[in-house]
Design a protein around this ligand. Structure first.
Ligand code: NAP
Length: 324
């Protein structure tokens, strides 16, 4: 097998494409012949030692992937060779094969494309848990999605629309805003050009959004929170922009508003049954055509560095997928 190996925490440029012995699955594991793996922002952080989860070196990065089971370890009963599956394993996806704990493997229903399966659970799981569970989003409410053309952002637009909400999508370019409208956003704001607070005031008649979905951070967070509606919920998803913002807490008092943390990986670990129910709802929406990952770039697995460069330079709309 071949895989991208992280031997030092010096970032993407230090990753090495290595030939490795094909591993045999241990008890409780399966081996997956990987067809596709998607890039998620944490993949960029984990190879710099900046992610919450710090695997021992050396490791193969790649949190999310899909393929076909080609070997099954002792004690695994519900997964069989030949089954099409997706895996959220934290690591292991940027290669040709990976052994994965069977509890981290999700069988894909027939008709679910492997490339979509590799770009699904992380972003849609996060956005569903954020909007529906942590944000208690109701039909008819207004959601502001920041970084709306990115991986979790595009999923958030589709889920909020499927839940009957009005979506205001905000992004840094007109091209990104156009994609958001194609995905169903009711209105868009280009926050490079327009003042976010003025635009929100105009679009909501001064009321503000009920829910703010924020994977970006930086200066945008306080601007959005200052504009939030009475009883609004600010969903803290991530800090793609870098700096972790601080907020004056009087703003929460004045609006009767909440700052709500979202950590999908921990939710999936601590509340597996609730997470499984979310994923089933999402799979049903996928089969009904209500949601579908936006895959703008599909590159061969060996071009991982080019794929990361696209993501790091903010050029991607939706997801980047690497294929074998
Ligand atoms: N809490 C959780 O459970 C959870 C789960 C998954 C991901 N996350 C976090 O969510 C964030 C987004 O993840 P993602 O996979 O959706 O990433 P992504 O596809 O790269 O999207 C991130 C978006 O952030 C915006 N952005 C603003 N400044 C940026 C910068 N300096 N560099 C890169 N992007 C910048 C970009 O939109 P514009 O150009 O339009 O501004 C970009 O589309 C990350 O911080 C990630 O760690 C959290």
């Amino acid at each position: 097998m071949h895989a991208w190996l992280c031997e030092t925490l010096d970032g993407v440029n230090a990753l090495k494409w290595r030939e490795l012995p094909t591993p045999e699955p241990k008890p409780g594991e399966v081996r997956i012949a990987i067809k596709a793996a998607s890039l998620n922002f944490p993949d960029l952080l984990i190879v710099e030692g900046k992610y919450q989860h710090k695997p021992p070196l050396p490791f193969v990065p790649g949190a999310e992937f899909a393929g076909t089971i080609d070997a099954v370890g002792e004690g695994v009963k519900h997964l069989k060779p030949g089954m099409a599956v997706a895996a959220i394993a934290g690591t292991g996806g940027f290669g040709t094969h990976a052994c994965v704990d069977a509890t981290r493997v999700i069988p894909l229903p027939s008709g679910f494309a492997l490339e979509d399966g590799a770009a699904f659970a992380f972003t849609y799981g996060t956005s569903h848990h954020a909007l529906m569970d942590r944000g208690a989003l109701q039909a008819g409410e207004t959601v502001l999605v920041l970084g709306a053309a990115g991986g979790v952002g595009t999923a958030a637009i589709q889920i909020a629309k499927a839940a009957g909400a009005r979506v205001i999508a905000a992004a840094s370019t007109d091209e990104k805003c156009a994609l958001c409208r194609e995905l169903g956003a009711d209105d868009t704001i280009n926050y490079t050009r327009d003042n976010l607070r003025d635009a929100l005031k105009a679009l909501t008649g001064g009321k503000g959004p009920d829910v703010v979905y924020d994977p970006v951070g930086g200066d945008l967070t306080e601007q959005a929170f200052r504009s939030i509606a009475w009883r609004g919920r600010l969903l803290v998803i991530g800090f793609a922009n870098g700096p972790i913002p601080a907020l004056p807490l009087n703003l929460a008092l004045l609006k009767g508003a909440s700052v709500v943390g979202v950590f999908w990986g921990e939710f999936a670990k601590r509340e597996p049954q609730k997470n499984a129910a979310c994923l089933m709802q999402l799979a049903a929406w996928y089969m009904e055509g209500k949601i579908k990952p936006v895959i703008e770039h599909k590159l061969p697995m060996a071009q991982l560095k080019e794929a990361f460069a696209l993501m790091g330079s903010r050029q991607v709309r939706g997801k980047v997928v690497l294929v074998n």
